[in-house]
Design a protein around this ligand. Structure first.
Ligand SMILES: *Cc1c(COP(=O)(O)O)cnc(C)c1O
Length: 388
């Protein structure tokens, strides 16, 4: 029995390779934007979550520099000990204003916001009913909480109803969780119907607005605003790292909820506060996105341009349902999707293949930005025309 206790890692990696599931990083060598330098060459960027094109914006860069000069690079402690600064509170107030909620709390990432919030809200005697396509952070939050977690089929209200009817009464509290814009598909949860169900079954609702904040709704407040559900008792989670072009996460909701989380969310209490430059950049992003609503208009102009072009020029490609700047083209096999991604990259288009286990079916995922030019979208369509 001469064996090495780490041998299994090699074998596991071999299995990952065999299934075409192996992944590695690609290096961006320029400031973020519609065009970036990727592994040494310029490509048009359809792989970024920077929907409003703010991550390379001079206002955000200056805000981060000023905050670094004033407060230094790190916040040096957790919020409840030595990490709290005035700008954290300013950012939380700006988020609450954007969301029209009583209060908000910033976390060090969206992932940590979901882990900590779910773990604080439910426990062993409770039930989580979750959309099967939910983000990894919602799924792992459910595991961390110790609650019983049951999935309903994607965006299927009938199935949600069935699961509530079958299981709700056996548990103390119930939390329904869903992405608002589904991150790897681009479609939207039926929020009003979910809220009505929650109301009938005395359940809380947590909606993850990661891809919708800054993007959906008249003021960019997200899917809650888009559906006219502002003011409803909803736990809104999101990230500062997508349209808000920084790093960090948040929860927005009632003051009681936020006060409770400050005392009970382990991933907020026991982690270092958001760094000053990240905090200041996110605050500048909210201000800029409010002062420049045309960024959102331009974003949707671009989305509509691409949709039209796909419909007219590439009717054979299978576009998955989407109500957002995320458009996915499904391919029959993982190999097909990976080859398409490679071909696109060779022609100067960065639009990666997304494959299992991240998603059930392989696809090319295209993210549109407000700062894409007409020519960028035309080049994407031409490149797609030349695949297989
Ligand atoms: C990106 C994302 C997160 C995680 O946010 P980070 O700030 O990047 O940790 C959470 N939920 C969803 C739906 C996401 O798309």
């Amino acid at each position: 029995m001469q064996s090495n206790p780490y041998d299994w890692i090699d074998e596991s990696l071999a299995t990952i390779h065999k299934a075409d599931w192996y992944r590695s990083v690609q290096t961006i060598q320029s400031i973020p934007g519609a065009v970036v330098k990727l592994d040494g060459r310029e490509v048009i960027n359809f792989a970024s979550n920077d929907y409003l094109g703010l991550a390379g914006d001079e206002r955000l860069i200056q805000a981060a520099i000023n905050a670094t000069n004033k407060y230094g690079t790190g916040s040096t402690g957790s919020r409840l000990l030595s990490g709290h600064r005035e700008i954290h509170r300013e950012l939380e107030i700006a988020i609450a204003n954007l969301k029209q909620t009583e209060d908000a709390l910033v976390f060090s990432s969206g992932y940590l916001a979901n882990l900590g919030t779910i773990a604080a809200l439910v426990g062993k005697r409770d039930l989580i009913i979750a959309d099967e396509y939910n983000h990894s952070s919602l799924k792992n939050g459910a595991i961390l909480s110790g609650a019983t977690a049951i999935n309903y089929s994607h965006n299927n209200i009938e199935d949600l109803h069935k699961k509530l009817e079958q299981h709700r009464q056996k548990y103390r509290r119930c939390l329904i969780t869903t992405d608002s814009i589904f991150s790897m598909d681009g479609d939207l949860c039926p929020l009003p119907e979910i809220l009505a169900m929650a109301n009938s079954y005395n359940a809380m609702v947590l909606v993850d607005e990661a891809h919708a904040t800054g993007v959906l709704g008249k003021t960019g407040a997200g899917c809650v605003e888009h559906f006219g559900c502002t003011g409803n008792p909803i736990i809104q989670v999101g990230t500062l790292s997508k349209a808000l072009a920084s790093l960090g996460g948040y929860v927005a909701g009632s003051s009681i909820l936020i006060d409770f989380l400050r005392n009970r969310a382990p991933s907020w209490i026991y982690t270092t506060a958001l760094s000053p430059p990240d905090t200041a950049a996110a605050l500048a992003a909210i201000q800029t996105s409010q002062e420049q609503p045309q960024r959102r208009t331009q974003l949707y102009n671009n989305v509509n341009l691409l949709r039209e072009a796909l419909k007219n020029n590439l009717p054979h490609l299978k576009l998955l349902p989407s109500e957002s700047p995320i458009l996915c083209l499904e391919f029959p096999t993982t190999k097909d999707a990976i080859n398409a991604g490679k071909k696109l990259k060779d022609t100067g288009i960065f639009a990666p293949a997304i494959r299992p286990p991240t998603v059930p079916t392989s696809r090319i995922r295209i993210s549109i930005m407000a700062t894409h030019k007409l020519a960028h979208i035309q080049q994407l369509v031409e490149a797609l025309e030349n695949i297989d």
